[in-house]
Design a protein around this ligand. Structure first.
Ligand code: 8YV
Length: 315
């Protein structure tokens, strides 16, 4: 039997590519200079799309692929996949939940600690000789015992909160409803009220049209000049213009961000701020997790082509 043809939207690690190429003819969209011509030449044969969380699959792309049956996302977030376009054509969509939850939560905590204790600047202080020349590093802010808000108590938010308990923090959360598993945490429905009582605010909710700019100018202002915003979800959850303005004017104390509008070409205003910790969207970026994500992408594709139930369907 001939191998099914799949479209790979962005690069995967070599170990995944090797495995995919054993089962499928893989068309690498990211290598094409003229993407439209590349798609039109191959469109008829393509039966599956393998993409990444931040790359997704647009309505325009899906429209160009008349025989596509499944979009398999390497990532938990599928906000960049046009779900209505997929639903309209009966195209399945799968993602990679659970396998990345703990690593994403770990990076969020690391970002909070690194930023609050000024670890990046502290390393520079050692390496550039400031320690010897100037003496002690400026004092920074404590983490343990302080007030923290978690916006979105889903799988990742819950794992963040679990870790925060280890720092004896006073935890509140906001979500569409109170969660029965939120033991020892205060429920505050309104994100502005949540920000008002928080020293640190984690953004951990799945992005959708409904959550766009949920971290509004008002939320950012409520977090205040001593507050820190930590985003390990999607940039679209935050009003980025309001965030930049607040960071530049001291309306917000600081931010630790793994995701940006237009990434990887983020707004250059971020680069000149000294109250931000910037990360290259790598919260799920461990070898262990990425291998599990790649396996789950392949498991979903294999199940689809075997007419078996999909392990992690979204649609
Ligand atoms: C990316 C993510 O998919 O899980 C998500 O939603 O955004 C990430 O895990 C990952 O960076 C691979 O591109």
């Amino acid at each position: 039997m001939s191998k099914p043809e799949i479209l790979l939207v962005g690069p995967y690690p070599e170990w995944d590519l090797v495995e995919l190429e054993k089962q499928y003819v893989v068309h690498k969209l990211y290598e094409a200079t003229d993407k439209d011509a590349f798609l039109s030449d191959r469109a008829a044969g393509i039966r599956a799309v393998a993409t990444r969380g931040e790359l997704g699959a647009s309505a325009a792309m899906i429209e160009k692929l008349p025989n596509v049956q499944i979009v398999s996302v390497y990532g938990v977030g599928y906000d960049a996949v046009d779900l209505p376009a997929c639903r309209a054509r009966g195209i399945h969509v799968t993602n990679t939940p659970d396998v990345l939850t703990n690593d994403v939560a770990d990076l969020g905590i690391a970002m909070m600690l690194a930023q609050s204790r000024g670890m990046i600047g502290a390393e520079r202080w050692v390496k550039d000789g400031s320690w010897a020349a100037k003496g002690l590093y400026p004092l920074k802010r404590r983490v343990w015992g302080r007030r923290v808000g978690v916006l979105g108590l889903g799988r990742i938010g819950f794992e963040v909160a679990k870790r925060l308990k280890g720092f004896d923090m006073d935890i509140a959360y906001s979500d569409v409803s109170e969660k029965p598993y939120a033991e020892g945490m205060t429920y505050i429905a309104d994100p502005v009220a949540l920000a008002e009582r928080s020293d640190f605010l984690f953004v951990t909710l799945a992005a959708s049209a409904a959550t766009r700019h949920i971290v509004s100018r008002d939320v950012i202002t409520a977090l205040g000049p001593e507050g820190m915003l930590i985003n390990i979800s999607r940039a679209s959850n935050i009003d980025e213009d309001a965030l930049l303005e607040a960071l530049e004017n001291g309306v917000l104390g600081s931010a630790a961000l793994d995701v940006f509008e237009g990434e990887p070409k983020l707004n250059p205003r971020f680069l000149s701020l000294d109250n931000v910790l910037l990360q290259p969207h790598h919260a799920s970026g461990t070898i262990e997790t990425r291998k599990a994500m790649g396996q789950l992408v392949r498991d979903n594709l294999a199940a689809h082509f075997a007419n078996a139930p999909l392990p992690t369907p979204v649609v």
